[in-house]
Design a protein around this ligand. Structure first.
Ligand SMILES: Nc1ncnc2c1ncn2[C@@H]1O[C@H](COP(=O)(O)OP(=O)(O)OP(=O)(O)O)[C@@H](O)[C@H]1O
Ligand SMILES: [Mg+2]
Length: 267
């Protein structure tokens, strides 16, 4: 249902970004030839450190960025050729897109419902269900600006799911949440999976990836260094937990890169 083939994304850096990243190159390869596929009834996790390329991958899946090379199909629709069809099929959540702070959760929910072409009755039913689950009812008429971090995140999640899409693309959905709120979010993702949806999430939290994801893709420096079920990853890295497996792979990547850089120096 999500098929990523040889995805590469190169950003052109501004002078300011070059200075910030202490580089003389004006290009940054954020995603480097990544292929992966994820199916319905599964939670696929992109696990990687800061700057690994997780958000970039998910933004390409959600049609917000165009790949520099490679292609992505979501529910059979190409993200570049048929972006509207893709957007109809997905819920997308990321830290960078925030609900308008001046409006209420109820207003935003109804607004996005209508944008998706839903009638008022269906919107009301979905709102009852999602606001009920996430405990938003008492806050639904308050300004988003006045809500706690957790309530804002839960409202964003509920709004993103208004049209009951087949595919859920969540970038660090539990970021900044306390353990109780985080658990309600991960439990809901498991519920969606049981309903037959496909969920793709990014995280840098090892325990979350271990507990939540059916398959995990480990992303380091824009590359997918391994993917599989937890037990497959532990087996092939001969590790006892995901953190050990991650460091094993991280060490390999760093030494490969160091020898590549040394090789370049010799030329
Ligand atoms: N708009 C942009 N312009 C230039 N470079 C960017 C842009 N967005 C991301 N990058 C760079 O691309 C790389 C990958 O970034 P990305 O945000 O995809 O990583 P991430 O895995 O989501 O990291 P994090 O865990 O910090 O969210 C980083 O080096 C980042 O600095
Ligand atoms: Mg990110």
């Amino acid at each position: 249902m999500i098929e990523i083939k040889n995805l590469t994304k190169v950003y052109k850096l501004t002078k300011k970004q070059m200075a910030e990243q202490k580089t003389k190159k004006n290009m940054k390869k954020a995603v480097d030839n990544i292929s992966l596929s994820a199916k319905k009834n599964e939670i696929y996790g992109l696990l990687g450190p800061n700057g690994a390329g997780k958000t970039t991958i998910l933004r390409c899946v959600a049609t917000l960025l165009k790949p520099t090379a490679g292609e992505i199909a979501v529910c059979g629709y190409d993200t570049v050729k048929e972006p509207e069809k893709v957007r109809e099929s997905i819920a997308f959540l990321t830290n960078e897109i925030k609900l308008d702070p001046q409006f209420s959760p109820k207003y935003m929910f109804n607004f996005f419902g209508r944008l998706h072409g839903m009638d008022d009755k269906t919107i009301d039913k979905r709102r009852e269900l999602l606001f009920g689950y996430f405990g938003i009812h008492d806050f639904q008429d308050k300004k988003i600006d006045e809500l706690s971090t957790g309530m804002k995140q839960k409202a964003s999640i509920a709004v993103s799911l208004v049209h009951d899409p087949e595919v859920v693309v969540f970038d660090e959905p539990t970021n900044g949440l306390d353990i109780v709120t985080a658990r309600s979010v991960t439990d809901y993702l498991k519920f969606l999976k049981a309903e037959g949806k496909l969920i793709i999430v990014s995280t840098h939290i090892m325990s979350e990836a271990e507990k939540l994801c059916d398959r995990i893709g480990i992303i380091i420096n824009g590359r997918k260094v391994m993917d599989g079920t937890l037990s497959e990853i532990l087996q092939s890295t001969k590790s006892k937990d995901l953190e050990d497996a991650f460091f094993e792979l991280y060490k390999e990547c760093s030494s490969e890169e160091a020898s590549y850089e040394r090789g370049k120096g010799n030329n």
